[in-house]
Design a protein. Structure first.
Length: 433
């Protein structure tokens, strides 16, 4: 009964929770395996962000339930956002599950395995202290959660209900985790939260992200720091100065803008208006000329007319983001947007999604063409057959495109100088200089 498989779904924040549970289990004598068919205990760490993610989570739970029915697995435990938000429904519909654990109880996984009792409390009771026991699952990069929960309460989003209000981590806790990551040889530390730009708001009433970054830069052994999920409202002059003057914080920002039209932004509950979005992008590119910008947008939001979508399309063509993702609006029960009139038909949302992604593809292909002949520094992520997968500062792990070069005895975690010789769709092709 000491062999455990942790099946993780969802975002990097979920991944940290899965790594934390794995570390706690390993520290108490359990053996962690990546093969569910070999495990006596299976933990499915779920995502509940949108309908598609929930469906994927349910499918994975049902797949693992087959091991339970066959007798290979003795205990099946469901954790994460889906468990937190839909515990009663899951308990009724999937009786094969022995226990459920919410996002506020990540540190109670040992208790749940021991007594088989579900634990679901208010999500904002979790303080992240158990993350000091993490069993890291990625290399040469690693994720560092600097805050939990969210205070934005966007009209379409269920995250505050699933993850709780904003709770910034204590700085000493963050410093200690950075030192552990450096000791493991992690070359790129990716700072994440639902909104890292709000770090410190619950502690002092203002964003403390810039001061945190300056202190992290001073820790010996830190090579690259990357910022993900930085909402636009708290990107201030101090943060821009830190980014512009740093040789450790890569000039890359993931800024989820969600839309461009002022009417849609207002309905979404987004504080920053369309004109300020343009101003922010222009200011960032002026003050940090080599900055790479990533964003996400939602199409098919209730009330989105063709003129609103054309505004978004024009905005994307103007902004020329280095990386961009898009989602079709998902009607989430319990959110204000779910009750709005003029819900956009699915086929219209899908058509707009493809139009938007086609526009971004044109932008990326044109940029890749311009990159041929350019030289840059890259971090080797891994080797797949005869090719090495490399990322520059412009690409975040797991979500962005990569640079492909001949493996040539390269090892993950090493930095290499690359010259771009071409591209294949979204990915660049390079040679070692």
């Amino acid at each position: 009964m000491n062999k455990v498989a942790v099946v993780n779904l969802g975002c990097p924040k979920n991944q940290i929770d899965a790594e934390t549970m794995s570390g706690l289990l390993q520290g108490h004598g359990y053996e962690i395996t990546h093969l569910p068919q070999q495990a006596k205990i299976i933990i499915v760490n779920t995502c509940g962000f949108i309908d598609k993610a929930r469906q994927e989570s349910i499918e994975q739970i049902l797949a693992m339930a087959q091991y339970k029915e066959s007798g290979l697995c003795q205990k099946l435990i469901v954790t994460g956002c889906l468990s937190q938000g839909y515990f009663k429904e899951l308990e009724q519909e999937i009786p094969e599950v022995d226990a459920f654990l919410g996002t506020g109880n990540v540190d109670k996984i040992l208790d749940v395995i021991g007594d088989g009792k579900s634990r679901l409390v208010a999500p904002d009771l979790y303080d992240g202290q158990a993350e000091g026991q993490r069993l890291y699952s990625t290399f040469p990069y690693g994720y560092l959660k600097i805050a939990e929960g969210c205070n934005n309460w966007c009209s379409y989003c269920v995250i505050p209900r699933l993850r709780g209000r904003l709770r910034s981590k204590d700085k000493e806790q963050i410093y200690a985790e950075v030192r552990r990551m450096v000791q493991r040889g992690i070359q790129e530390i990716v700072l994440i939260a639902q909104d890292i730009s709000q770090y410190g708001l619950d502690l002092s009433g203002k964003s403390e992200l810039a001061s945190l970054l300056m202190e992290l830069e001073e820790i010996d052994g830190v090579r690259w720091l990357r910022l993900l999920y930085c909402y636009p409202d708290h990107i201030d002059d101090q943060l821009m100065d830190v980014l512009a003057g740093s040789n450790k914080i890569v000039p890359y920002l993931d800024i989820p803008l969600q839309h461009s039209h002022p009417d849609i932004l207002k309905s979404m509950g987004r504080q920053r208006g369309a004109l300020r979005e343009r101003e922010l992008i222009e200011t960032l590119r002026h003050r940090i000329p080599n900055i790479a910008l990533r964003t996400t947008f939602i199409v098919g939001y209730p009330g989105e007319e063709e003129e609103h979508f054309q505004h978004l399309l024009d905005f994307v063509r103007w902004a020329k983001f280095d990386q961009m993702g898009a989602f079709m609006y998902s009607r989430e029960k319990g959110t204000p947007a779910a009750e709005l009139p003029d819900q956009v038909p699915a086929q219209v949302a899908q058509y707009r999604y493809h139009q938007l992604m086609q526009a971004q593809q044109d932008i990326v292909f044109a940029r890749n063409h311009r990159m041929v002949g350019e030289k840059f520094l890259g971090l080797v992520d891994g080797v797949e057959g005869s090719l090495a997968v490399v990322r520059t500062y412009r690409e975040a792990p797991e979500i962005d495109s990569v640079v492909l070069v001949d493996a040539d005895n390269l090892r993950p975690g090493t930095f290499v100088n690359i010259r771009c010789i071409g591209y294949e769709d979204y990915d660049l092709l390079g040679v070692i200089e």
